[in-house]
Design a protein around this ligand. Sequence first.
Ligand SMILES: C[S@@+](CC[C@H](N)C(=O)[O-])C[C@H]1O[C@@H](n2cnc3c(N)ncnc32)[C@H](O)[C@@H]1O
Length: 260
Amino acid sequence: MPYGNAAGYDGYMGRWSLKLARSFVRFACPEPPEAALDVGCGTGSLLRAMAAEFPDCRLFGLDPSVDYLVFAGTKTGPAIFVAAEVEALPFAQGAFDHCLSLLVLQDIRDQAGALREICRVTCRGGIVAACQWDFAHGMPMISAVHQAVEAVAPELYRSSRSKAGRAFATLAELRLHWASGGLREIATAELPVTLRFADFTDFWLPVLSASTPTTALVASLPADARDAVSLHLRRVLLGSRPDGSFSLTAHAFAVRGRTG
Ligand SMILES: C[S@@+](CC[C@H](N)C(=O)[O-])C[C@H]1O[C@@H](n2cnc3c(N)ncnc32)[C@H](O)[C@@H]1O
């Protein structure tokens, strides 16, 4: 399981997810949902945004990590949580009018099978929507850490890449995937998110959380290599400025469509 340490995840990626979730919900839900499934809900950022926007919606969160589900349960209002994977959703055909997923596509091996399964549990005319980072051009927190690990420990970095999943490289690729899954009325959007860090420590401590594939890679380094990664990142993020606040902007790809 590449994901663990729920509180660590929430401090590292959850801060981004929560901000992104607000704009993703507005894009993904052209009408108020009645019963919505969050596939790969993690620590519950999307469910929190859904509950705030649509207080009458029945919310379901699904994730293979029980640790994350328990954490999400303490942070979200009324919702039903299910430990399972997208490849075999334990729900009846057409159980939901909205199936959403935030920052999960990069972890899915069988993309076509997963989309088929999501469409199966979405009612006819329902919405299927997903959002992932634009990893190639627009997730500076992850790319800065990757570049630092690659500079400090190139061999370890290369061997970790062969185990990585794959996200969609462009919005067009994501749209094509939705179209080949039989979805119609497809819309896409690029969603920017800016996050402010109080200082370098505010950025660096969550990177040590070993909660995601990227942070687990950092945690697997010997102490001296970890220190070198920290120095590298400090140079990249602050340059010659003294330690202090800075902001990073990430860009995400979002897609939505209706089942036929
Ligand atoms: C980067 S996290 C995103 C979590 C949350 N949606 C968010 O935005 O913060 C990826 C999540 O996908 C879940 N996941 C990984 N593989 C999965 C699968 N096959 N089916 C469902 N969820 C999966 C992980 O457990 C993790 O919680």
